[in-house]
Design a protein around this ligand. Structure first.
Ligand code: SAH
Length: 280
């Protein structure tokens, strides 16, 4: 069996599926179903992670087992990312009763989802060099606050992490989630903050950022985000509508931009609040 370097989630252990079908992260109609709705889509099921339906236990035991699985399947190779994901209990960020530690996206209300653990791990690894202690990061479409919390643990108390989501109820929920977690003290100290806003405009207050992550698919890369990326910084952003690609955008010290495609993905759209909620 040939190892596949391009498959985001399980590349080291599986033959490469077509690039357009890999790395299921979020699915726009998740909210219409109660559990793992994309399982109905045979198109996608073939490329789900081997443990996408496997519950790994509860509480910190479940979380630890989830991280072990991500390591075992080659998704996590970074020690730091493993430590951070092990420290931040995903179970505190998902709706009560959902399969917190299975490798699957989960509905969180408001037509949004928390991405699958393999996708969070992938984005953390892509951004790891720009999430060193003391650095600044922006998480657009922060949703549950899980990944924003991971960023905060990476950069530590000397760093600055900002999460932005345009649904006020999700921002409230994310603050409560973070407060319950090990990242709570960083929220208290002010090195992590979560705000309501249109993430397409970024968050000027703490710009420029070493790392920018966008958790929803943009039809094109918002210029404000490119502007707020520090020279030497990196942005990870899904781009596209139905067919989407996870782009890795590096801004060099002279300000020039280099973009590459990491893999194909499926995220909810980066859009207006009205579009997302149907006006509710
Ligand atoms: N990364 C998060 C959530 C992913 S879902 C997690 O894993 O928990 C995508 C999120 O993007 C949703 O919470 C949605 O409300 C948000 N979103 C979509 N368009 C946005 C916009 N224009 N500005 C801010 N947030 C947006």
């Amino acid at each position: 069996m040939r190892a596949c370097p391009t498959l985001t989630a399980y590349g080291r252990h599986y033959l490469a599926p077509p690039r357009t079908l890999v790395s299921l992260t979020t699915f726009t109609s998740l909210h219409r179903h109660n559990s793992a709705p994309f399982l109905n889509l045979s198109l996608f099921t073939a490329f789900r992670s081997p443990f996408s339906r496997m519950e790994t236990g509860t509480g910190s035991t479940g979380n630890k087992a989830m991280v072990e699985n991500l390591k075992r399947f080659g998704v996590i190779s970074s020690k730091k990312v493993a430590e951070v994901m092990e420290a931040l209990d995903r179970g505190l960020f998902v709706p009560v009763g959902s399969s917190a530690y299975a490798d699957t996206p989960l509905p969180i209300g408001y037509n949004a989802t928390i991405s699958a653990p393999h996708m969070h791990a992938t984005c953390l690894q892509l951004l790891e060099d720009k999430l060193q202690p003391g650095m600044r990061a922006l998480d657009v479409g922060s949703g549950t606050g899980y990944l924003t919390g991971c960023f905060a643990l990476m950069v530590g108390a000397e760093g600055r992490v900002v999460g932005v989501d345009h649904i006020p109820e999700l921002v409230d929920m994310s603050i409560k989630n973070v407060e319950k977690s090990v990242a709570g003290s960083l929220l208290q100290k002010g090195s992590l903050s979560l705000h309501v806003g249109d993430g397409r405009k970024g968050w000027e207050e703490f710009a420029p950022y070493d790392a920018i992550h966008v958790g929803a698919a943009a039809s094109e890369v918002p210029l404000a985000l490119l502007d707020q990326l520090k020279p030497g910084g990196r942005m990870v952003i899904p781009v596209g509508t139905y067919f989407q690609e996870l782009k890795v955008i590096d801004k060099s010290e002279d300000g020039s931009i280099k973009t590459r495609t990491e893999t194909s993905v499926r995220y909810v759209p980066l859009t207006s609040r009205v579009e997302q909620t149907g006006g509710f």
